[in-house]
Every structure is written in C-alpha cells, then in structure tokens.
Write a protein that binds this ligand. Structure first.
Ligand code: ATP
Ligand code: MG
Length: 157
C-alpha cells in the first residue's frame, strides 16, 4: 500500500451493543498479530471495544480496564494479547519498567487506549480506531497504516 493511509467509512454505534458487535466482527477477521490503537475522548467506549474484542477471541477471564495497572496480559486464541491504557502517563519514559518489549512480538494482539501518551515507546499501529460521541451513542472510524491493517479494514468495510 506504499505507505498510504487507508480510511474506512464512519460507523454509527448507537449503543454499547453496537460497539461490541463491531469488535466481534474484527475478532472474526483477525488471523494474525495486530497493533491496534484506540483513540477517543474519555468515555468514548475504548475499553468497551477492547473488552468485547478480547472476549470474542476467547479470553475467559473478566477483562478489566487497565486504567490503574496500565497493562493487562491475556492469551487469546493461543496468542498473547495485551491491553494498555496510558491515560495516566505524563511522559513515555515512565513506561520503561512496564516491559513493552513483549509488545513487539509480531504474533501478539496489542490494544492501546490513549496511545499518544506512549509516543515513541510503543510499536507502530497497524490499525487505529477513532471513537467519538454522536448524540446518545458513538461513531467509529478505522484507519489502516500497514498491509495487515489494510487487509482487515477492507474485509470489514
Ligand atoms: N456505542 C455506545 N453508545 C453509548 N454508550 C456506549 C457506547 N459504547 C460504550 N458506551 C458506554 O460508555 C461508557 C464508557 O465506556 P468505556 O469505559 O469503554 O470508555 P473509554 O473510552 O474506555 O473511557 P476512558 O477514556 O475513561 O478509558 C460505558 O458506560 C459504556 O457502556
Ligand atoms: Mg478505557
């Protein structure tokens, strides 16, 4: 895709079930590792999306928000899966102790809320979800930055 960024359509998400349904569709298409940045204002549904995605991938335990732990690790379909929330990070240098090397495993699923706060310390995104408020609900838009992100985006759209 020659470094081109591919942008998907705006996806209306009128309620939390719609956010979960989008995550479940992503889960059915996911057949490789993926670095997935989740953008959006406070309360936009980033954790809801991540929880639905991990659960759809077979994570049996409760997926809690990593607001305080910063990073939670799971096994999802026999692959490592990481869920980060960097809201509380003021400087990417604070992330050194977290062991972010694990995130560079190409087979891993990496979901990051507030990725801008970890700029430079995170692997580059394959795919990015932007969630926004839309009336009582939300809307979403996906952007792909790599061939594997693009493949998923095309299959979804
Ligand atoms: N599509 C939707 N429509 C309406 N409400 C939603 C939707 N998706 C999620 N919500 C609700 O929004 C609230 C906040 O969701 P969530 O915690 O997932 O947001 P977040 O983006 O992770 O926030 P934070 O930035 O604080 O981590 C929850 O009560 C959830 O049920
Ligand atoms: Mg959250």
């Amino acid at each position: 895709m020659n470094g081109k960024i591919e942008i998907g359509p705006i996806w209306p998400l009128p309620d939390e079930a719609a956010t979960a349904a989008l995550a479940m569709r992503v889960a059915t298409l996911l057949d490789d590792g993926l670095v997935f940045y989740l953008h959006g204002p406070l309360g936009a549904g980033k954790t809801s999306f991540a929880r639905a995605l991990l659960t759809a991938l077979g994570v049996g335990e409760r997926v809690k928000s990593p607001t305080y732990s910063l990073m939670e690790g799971y096994m999802a379909r026999e692959r490592p899966a990481w869920h980060l929330d960097l809201y509380r990070i003021a400087d990417p240098g604070e992330l050194e102790w977290l062991g972010l090397d694990a995130l560079t495993d190409p087979g891993a699923l990496v979901l990051v809320e507030w990725p801008e706060r970890g700029a430079g310390a995170l692997p580059a995104a394959d795919l990015e979800l932007r969630l926004d408020y839309a009336g009582e609900g939300r809307q979403a838009q996906l952007r792909a930055f790599t061939p594997r992100g693009d493949r998923l985006l095309r299959q979804l759209s």
